[in-house]
Design a protein around this ligand. Structure first.
Ligand code: NAD
Ligand code: ZN
Length: 239
C-alpha cells in the first residue's frame, strides 16, 4: 500500500457521514486468529481429509459432536486474542459518529471488545452458547472449561455455540439490521473477506452509496465495483 492510497482512503473517510464496515476473518489475522483462505489459513491444513467447512457444518455437529468440539476449541476459539489497529480505528470512527455500523462475518467478538456497539455479527459469536434441549444460556467458559461434549447443568443436553454453522440460516433480525445499515450507507468499506460465504457476501449488494472501498490482500469479486482497492493489510490501512 502506498502513501497515495492511504491518503485516498483518509479522504473518503473524511467525506463520509454514514460509513459501514463489512469485514471477515482477514480483519482478525493481525490479532493472531487464522482465517480460512489465506496461504497460512485453515484451508491449507489437513484435518483427516475434512475441510473446516465440513467440520463446521450443522450435519457434522449433530453426527460427530465430540470431533466438532475438538476442532472448535482448537481452531475457532481464541479467548486471549486482542483487538488490533483495525478494530481500534473502527471504534474511534463510531465514537466520531462517522461509522454507522459494522457487519462482520467474524465470530471472535473483537469488535465489541474494542468498544463498538453497532455490530451486526451475522455468523454469531463464540460468547453466546445455549443448550439445544432446554435453551439455557451459557458463557464461553462452558465450552473452554470442559472437554469432549459440553453438557447442560439442568437437563444434560448438548450446549451448542450460537454461531451460524454451514447449513444453518443466519438470524433474520441481524440480517435485516445489516441490510438496513448497508442500504443507508454513503460509504462501504469491505475488508479482510474472500466474499465467498453466502448469504453474507451478497449483503453488500444492498449498498448503493457513493464510495466503495475494498481492503484485502487478495483480489475479491467486489474489486470491479470499488472506487478504491487497497491490496494490503487491513490493520495497516486503517491504523
Ligand atoms: P476467508 O478466510 O475466506 O478470507 C479472508 C480474506 O482476507 C482472504 O481473501 C485474505 O487474503 C484476506 N486477508 C487475510 N488477512 C488479511 C489482512 N491482515 N489484511 C487484509 N486482508 C487479509 O474469510 P471470510 O471471507 O471471512 O470467510 C470465512 C468464514 O469463516 C466466515 O464466515 C467467518 O465467520 C469464519 N471465520 C471467522 C474467523 C474469526 O472469527 N476471526 C476466523 C476464521 C474463519
Ligand atoms: Zn438444558
Amino acid at each position: 500500500m502506498d502513501a497515495e492510497q492511504k491518503a485516498a482512503l483518509e479522504k473518503i473517510i473524511d467525506l463520509s457521514r454514514r460509513m459501514v464496515f463489512f469485514g471477515g476473518a482477514g480483519v482478525s489475522t493481525a490479532s493472531g486468529i487464522p482465517d480460512f483462505r489465506s496461504a497460512d489459513g485453515l484451508y491449507a491444513r489437513d484435518f483427516d481429509g475434512l475441510t473446516p467447512e465440513m467440520i463446521l457444518s450443522k450435519s457434522f455437529f449433530y453426527l460427530h459432536p465430540a470431533e466438532f468440539f475438538d476442532f472448535y476449541r482448537a481452531y475457532m476459539v481464541h479467548p486471549a486474542a486482542q483487538p488490533n489497529a483495525a478494530h481500534r480505528r473502527l471504534y474511534q470512527l463510531e465514537r466520531q459518529d462517522k461509522l454507522r455500523g459494522i457487519v462482520t462475518q467474524n465470530i471472535d467478538g473483537l469488535h465489541r471488545q474494542a468498544g463498538n456497539r453497532r455490530v451486526y455479527e451475522i455468523h454469531g459469536t463464540i460468547y453466546e452458547n445455549a443448550c439445544i434441549d432446554c435453551g439455557a444460556p451459557y458463557p464461553l467458559e462452558k465450552i473452554t472449561g470442559s472437554s469432549g461434549i459440553p453438557r447442560c447443568d439442568h437437563c444434560g443436553g448438548v450446549v451448542k455455540p450460537s454461531v451460524v454453522l454451514y447449513g444453518e440460516a443466519p438470524d433474520k433480525y441481524v440480517m435485516m439490521g445489516a441490510c438496513r445499515e448497508l442500504s443507508n450507507a454513503d460509504t462501504l468499506i469491505v475488508a479482510g473477506t474472500s466474499l465467498t460465504v453466502e448469504p453474507a457476501a451478497s449483503l453488500i449488494k444492498y449498498f448503493t452509496g457513493k464510495h466503495l472501498v475494498v481492503i484485502n490482500r487478495e483480489p475479491t469479486l467486489a474489486d470491479d465495483r470499488a472506487d478504491l482497492v487497497i491490496r494490503g493489510d487491513v490493520a495497516e490501512a486503517l491504523a
